[in-house]
Write a protein that binds this ligand. Sequence first.
Ligand SMILES: [Zn+2]
Ligand SMILES: [Zn+2]
Length: 257
Amino acid sequence: MRLHVIGSGSCLFRQEDRCPASYILETEHHNILIDTGAGTVDNIVKSEVSLGEIGCIINTHRHPDHVSDLIPIIQNRVVENVYYSGSEKNIDIYGPEGHESYVEGRVAEEMDSSLELLNEEFSFDVEVADVRESFKLVGLEIELREVEHGSDEFPCLAVRVDSGEKSVVFTGDTDYFEELADFSEGADLLVADCSMPDDKKAEGHMTPSECVRLAEKADTDKLLLSHLYPDMDEEGELREFDFEDVIKAEDLMKIEI
Ligand SMILES: [Zn+2]
Ligand SMILES: [Zn+2]
């Protein structure tokens, strides 16, 4: 598997080299887009994966820095199909409870259409599913669990992708909690929400020390610190941690897994 960091930033637009959250996980059968914050489309165009190759999207939650560019991706495929011989790949979208009606609502408001109409008219389908625990894609096991980012009415998911040989965990936006280490156990790569430095801890997010603690407890191979607020860049060099493989994310960075 290969990870493309599409956006390593957060909801603050003060870092000219960081878009909000978005990653592409390239696997043998699928290019999975995890989160679709603002700027996702712009940065995918600059990456080695084309928009037409995206067949699966998982939104961890519905804060704008994780969902803004979702409808532009659908609109792009529609227009590519109308005016050019665009991709016929289906788009399967997964998200926490309420995601199906959320996407339906945005398609109605922003595209004056419905998923049913789009699926009748074009040579690809857009399917949306609310997900809670786990599901399978060809060659992959996808596990999910709710994390600690806010109220129960606004769920956020951590995502674990297992290919049988390798595994990657995306924490989603979350505070540190012990069970997240069990969920991340033995992952080859842990992509962690590292919003703020240790001395500026924000509730519902992790600091570098908490991310390292999580990686150590889960005995993961590599740790990618991402979802970085401007404060994480203003702090200069990352402190030296005992955990060996700590990487600070950059947009358009690639990591072999
Ligand atoms: Zn966020
Ligand atoms: Zn959030």
